[in-house]
Design a protein around this ligand. Structure first.
Ligand code: DC
Length: 245
């Protein structure tokens, strides 16, 4: 299981004891789409600009993947994965404009979160409905005043169906592979476009054809293709759309 900071939990407990949170839920801007579409960067800029909280739901799944690895769970078995998630806890510590530090107990797993192996395991356990259900409350707990930017695959369709604004952000496979190649190069990792495109294609297929909460645009989502847009241009489109809601 995962949890946000203890102080946030205390705040949450206080609110739910008054029933306030249920009556007057903070607004959510849901940003869904495939990996590499620029969701993470756009969500971070938006959260800074609007002073909203930020949920990187992929990080919740990735932390669950690392928990499975550390616990030696059999990732093809729902019960084995659930037992691992029951035994260990990941905590999320927002660092302002510098993203989030993720810990399992005393161990900082922030760097491990971004490896290809972690992404693969996350994508595999994310197909299992009981795992998705186990991570649902945790994701919803990030909804705190004054509002939340939620980045993921099913933010507008499943986790926050009442979001004030739903965005489906995508980009061509070529452009997403280009962006990934650039990120990897900065880390000194060389790879080929063919390999990257094949990896992106395989993950897209798994994420969008899975039975439970597949990657798809909510029927009321604003569709944005970021292939030839800068982060700032995408942010402006979203801010304009949110203010006309
Ligand atoms: O966005 P990401 O690459 O960090 O996500 C890693 C994996 O987690 C992704 O392949 C599918 C899964 N995921 C999901 O199923 N639902 C979400 N809302 C976010 C991520």
């Amino acid at each position: 299981m995962t949890s946000v900071d203890a102080d946030k939990q205390a705040e949450r407990g206080a609110k739910s004891s008054t029933g306030h949170e249920r009556d007057d839920l903070p607004p959510v801007i849901a940003i869904d789409g495939p990996s590499g579409a620029g969701k993470g960067a756009v969500a971070q800029v938006l959260a800074n600009q609007l002073n909203y909280h930020l949920l990187d739901s992929g990080a919740v799944y990735r932390a669950a993947a690392i928990i499975c690895k550390k616990a030696g769970a059999d990732i093809s078995s729902e019960s084995s994965v659930l037992a691992a998630l029951d035994a260990f806890q990941a905590t999320f510590h927002p660092q302002g404009t510098d993203g989030v530090v993720v810990m399992i107990g005393e161990e900082n797993i922030t760097n491990e979160l971004r490896t290809q192996q972690t992404a693969e395991i996350a994508s595999q356990i994310a197909v299992m409905q009981p795992i998705r259900a186990a991570l649902l409350d945790e994701q919803r707990s990030f909804r705190q005043p004054p509002g939340l930017i939620a980045d993921g695959r099913d933010m507008g369709t499943v986790v926050f169906p009442d979001a004030q604004l739903k965005v489906f952000l995508t980009a061509s496979v070529e452009e997403r592979a280009n962006r990934r190649a650039k990120q990897l190069k900065e880390k000194g990792i060389e790879t080929t476009m063919a390999v990257l495109m094949a990896e992106i294609d395989a993950r897209d297929k798994r994420d969008s054809t899975r039975e439970h909460a597949p990657l798809k645009a909510a029927h009321d989502a604003l569709f944005i293709d970021s292939s030839s847009l800068s982060i700032e241009e995408v942010v402006d489109l979203i801010v304009n759309a949110a203010s006309s809601e």
